[in-house]
Design a protein around this ligand. Structure first.
Ligand code: NDP
Ligand code: 2IT
Length: 448
């Protein structure tokens, strides 16, 4: 069976890339019923092909800090699969970035992007540059230097990056400016641009809002509503604050947000004023802990949010932020729904534990696909050189999240994974995403 051979090969060849192995194994285990039903996948070694990126570019980035000292970072772009469209996926700037992290993100991105139903392939990139403590001019010089290298590998019809951890509107603008400067082209080569120079309305909100739309569909499938439900959100970045915002707007009580320093626990729940304050605080790189002086609540230094009683958790910070111990805490504290705003926030052991305890679980590929979906809408707006309104994009986003929910639930049912109303979204989403890519590869023969 070529799936197990593929895992063995990946484990031997990439023993030093644990995050990548983790992401590959999750997909491998869950697509088995689909793979068994399609002998052509095995014959053409579709899975073995998909675990090896089309190509990985690595480069050095020299830049000058405010003291005139030369700094040197590493940068990469992983072009994983363009079976369904141009390589598409974000750029992450964080000191933990390495090839293992970017390959896990790029691998997941292939299937996430396929789930959106839009014509986009999968890719990811970034740098081990640490934006923390850097001045605006240092960020600008780094972004320019990074794009001076990256521009060789990206193009609006071939590979279209966007943001991720450490890369938001400011960084995208600097990189876009350098791309325009070098190529003299004004195209949609990167998404998440400022509204007014090619960016789509709602891209900023899309990932967090989309995750909450997915959650609404999950709740509806269990005849429940979000009204009055207590929610734990981790992270205090783009995804977290917009997930918290949408959840609050539709009647949930969001008790926490967090960052690498600790957790804010506000038993009264967030409101728009508090969320707006948090957005400004994070934009200005000021401490989250200041919150308690302004709004009250508790600052839990060096702690994650998972020890608090709640109904729903939306982990939205980073990979493997919920381990088995955390998963036990969540189950003990009554959490019945986990929706992944981040990419791979649960370890494999945590996933096993929460599934065993029948916690309804939406994997990141499905739940956080709203961001890349609106990126794809930004690409199409750029191609026709027109803008859509906030309401138009929001309506598309809601439709896309519902489609991802429904198709994943249907696949779970069809392949015998739904158990007395407990929908296996992880298997369903992996099978739907994988099938779309695999069918394209079969149609192409042995190219791609
Ligand atoms: P941001 O940079 O805006 O925010 C990241 C947040 O997570 C910050 O609060 C940060 O805290 C916290 N965080 C990051 N790393 C760690 C860590 N190692 N330990 C504890 N806290 C950490 O990133 P995004 O909101 O864009 O991304 C968050 C997650 O969502 C990532 O997994 C990303 O891949 C995923 N995602 C993002 C999408 C997007 O459109 N932006 C789309 C789909 C998924 P601190 O400031 O202290 O570092
Ligand atoms: O993980 C992700 O889906 C993203 N960081 C967004 C990718 C994109 O191209 O918008």
């Amino acid at each position: 069976m070529s799936i197990s051979k593929a895992i063995e090969k990946v484990e031997a060849r990439y023993a030093h890339q644990p995050e990548f192995i983790q992401a590959v194994k999750e997909v491998a285990i869950t697509i088995k019923p689909l793979y068994d039903a399609h002998p052509e996948y095995d014959k053409l070694k579709v899975f073995e092909r998909l675990v090896e990126p089309d190509r990985v570019f690595g480069f050095r980035v020299n830049w000058e800090d405010d003291n005139g000292e030369v700094q040197i970072n590493r940068g990469w772009r992983v072009q994983f699969s363009n079976a369904l469209g141009p390589y598409k996926g974000g750029l992450r700037f964080h000191p933990t970035v390495n090839q293992s992290v970017l390959k896990f993100l790029g691998f997941e991105q292939i299937f996430k992007n396929a789930l959106t139903g839009l014509p986009i392939g999968g890719g990811k990139g970034g740098s081990d540059f640490d934006p923390k403590g850097k001045t605006d001019s240092e960020i600008r010089r780094f972004c320019y230097a990074f794009m001076r290298e990256l521009h060789h590998y990206v193009n609006k019809d071939m590979d279209v990056p966007a943001g991720d951890i450490g890369v938001g509107g400011r960084e995208v603008s600097y990189m876009f400016a350098m791309y325009k400067n070098l190529t003299r082209e004004s195209t949609g080569v990167i998404t998440g641009k400022g509204v007014g120079f090619g960016g789509s309305l709602m891209r900023t909100e899309a990932t967090g809002y989309g995750a909450v739309y997915f959650l609404q569909n999950m709740l509806a499938a269990q005849n429940e509503s979000i009204e009055g439900k207590k929610v734990l959100v981790s992270g205090a970045g783009n995804v977290s604050l917009h997930a918290a915002e949408k959840a609050t707007l539709i009647g949930a009580i969001v008790l926490t947000v967090s960052d690498s320093k600790g957790t804010i626990y506000d038993a009264k729940g967030l409101n728009q004023e508090k969320i707006d304050w948090l957005k400004v605080q994070k934009d200005q790189h000021k401490p989250l802990a200041d919150y308690v002086e302004v709004f009250g609540g508790e600052w839990m230094a060096d702690q994650k949010p998972w020890s608090i009683k709640a109904d729903i958790a939306i982990p939205s910070a980073t990979q493997n932020e919920i381990n088995e111990e955390d998963a036990k805490l969540l189950v003990d504290n009554g959490v019945k729904y986990i929706v992944e705003g981040a990419n791979m926030p649960l370890t494999a052991e945590a996933i096993d534990y929460i599934r065993l305890h029948r916690v309804h679980y939406a994997p990141g590929k499905a739940a956080n696909a709203g961001g890349v979906a609106v990126s794809a809408l930004e690409m199409s707006q750029n191609s026709v050189r027109q803008y859509q309104t906030f309401e138009q994009v929001d309506e598309r986003l809601q439709g896309i999240m519902k489609d991802i929910h429904d198709s994943s639930a249907q696949a779970s049912e069809m392949y015998g994974q739904t158990d007395q109303g407990y929908i296996d979204y992880m298997s369903g989403a992996n099978m739907v995403g994988f099938k779309r890519v695999a069918d394209a590869l079969v149609a192409f023969g042995i190219l791609n």
